[in-house]
Design a protein around this ligand. Structure first.
Ligand code: SAH
Length: 349
């Protein structure tokens, strides 16, 4: 496998059959170790020991969608629902700003009560009060016009995972009303408008095969998103996928590393799901080439209600108040928090 990994690092891509062979080959520890070490070197060459932080504000647990994997899906009658007001969100931003955050990420279910005008108004208020900050949205599928309005109001970045590039696999994870085609159109719109755009997928979602992962990799290569979000699937007890096994840490780390080798400049978070799967998941993600963490800045009372999967981590180093803990843990592996805004910035090759 080593020659394949060296080639991926060198050429930033591999032919299809070699990608497939690599994904099959990471089952052994030595290969995974070599792969993550290469990715780590690429990341530190590019970013030094800096890890960017983003303050995550979960703005609503209401959702009109019914994604089979997600704990806040519409049909989950046991989910506790809340939505934040503009004032509550601004209060989170103020707290985050004081702590040193220069990026706010507003993520939520697709909540019809948070209308496009409300989003626009909220983004504008944040932009006025924090002219220097980056504003990232992760509010699901909207029309191109809506994305355009949010952008004009001051949003700079948008996260929308494609979840899987295979139409049948997509259909097996989502209700009939949702379509991969629309999701991909949203991503094209976001890019065309000028957002720094993030996409990605869950590792180990039900029915995911190596062939699917190869399609995901090729799609991301083609789209060239500025941000790539990769986390393990984790079951939620009150969803149709409650009994499905979680994604593995090894496969998640391998994919983070592959994307780092393919896209040295990309912003790649070590996700909350990875930190939930394994107590050292956050650190292991960074050591596989991730360079972003997104501590939780939501109001403490509401955090447990934004439960996408069982036992979602939101305390300690996953929380904005836990920044000192995070710093200590990062320093222990030779990294440090960066308080820079951390925009995507492509260096000449
Ligand atoms: N409504 C927004 C935000 C969704 S939550 C949107 O549609 O983009 C953000 C991400 O969490 C999703 O894209 C999905 O990949 C991930 N997620 C949802 N349920 C999950 C689960 N059970 N395990 C792991 N990740 C999950």
């Amino acid at each position: 496998m080593r020659p394949l990994i060296d080639k991926l690092r060198q050429e930033r891509t591999l032919p299809l059959h070699e990608l497939r062979a690599l994904l099959r080959g990471i089952r052994d520890d030595d290969t995974l170790d070599y792969l993550t070490r290469q990715a780590r070197q690429v990341a530190t060459t590019r970013f030094g020991n800096a890890i960017y932080i983003r303050g995550l504000i979960e703005v609503s647990s209401y959702c009109h969608n019914n994604c089979l994997y997600c704990g806040i899906r519409k049909d989950n009658m046991r989910a506790e629902r809340y939505r934040l007001s503009k004032e509550q969100i601004l209060a989170c931003c103020r707290e985050g700003h004081t702590l040193g955050f220069r990026t706010f990420v507003l993520q939520g279910g697709e909540d019809p009560a948070q209308t496009d005008s409300w989003v626009e108004d909220t983004v504008r208020a944040i932009r006025e009060e924090f002219p220097e900050n980056a504003i990232t949205l992760s509010l699901g599928e909207k029309s191109r016009e809506s994305y355009q309005r949010f952008f004009q109001a001051g949003a700079n970045r948008y996260l929308l995972r494609h979840e899987t590039r295979d139409p049948d696999h997509y259909a097996s994870l989502h209700p009939q009303e949702m379509s991969l085609k629309r999701r991909l159109r949203c991503l094209d719109d976001l890019k065309a408008i000028g957002y720094q755009t993030g996409t990605g997928f869950m590792v180990g979602s039900r029915g995911q095969t190596i062939a699917h992962l190869v399609q995901d990799i090729l799609y991301i290569k083609e789209l060239r998103p500025e941000m790539i979000g990769i986390g393990p699937f984790l079951p939620h007890r009150d969803t149709p996928l409650a009994l499905c096994p979680a994604g593995t840490i090894e496969q998640t780390l391998a994919l983070i590393a592959i994307f780092r080798l393919m896209r040295p400049d990309a912003l790649i978070p070590s996700t909350t799901a990875l930190a939930t799967l394994d107590p050292d998941g956050r650190e292991r993600g960074i050591l596989a080439g991730a360079n972003v963490v997104m501590p939780n800045l939501s109001p403490a009372d509401d955090r447990r209600k934004y439960e996408l999967y069982d036992r979602k981590a939101a305390l300690g180093a996953e929380s904005a108040e836990g920044l000192d803990t995070l710093r200590t843990r990062l320093r222990a592996i030779g990294y440090d928090i960066s308080f820079e805004k951390g925009d995507y910035n492509e260096l000449p090759t």
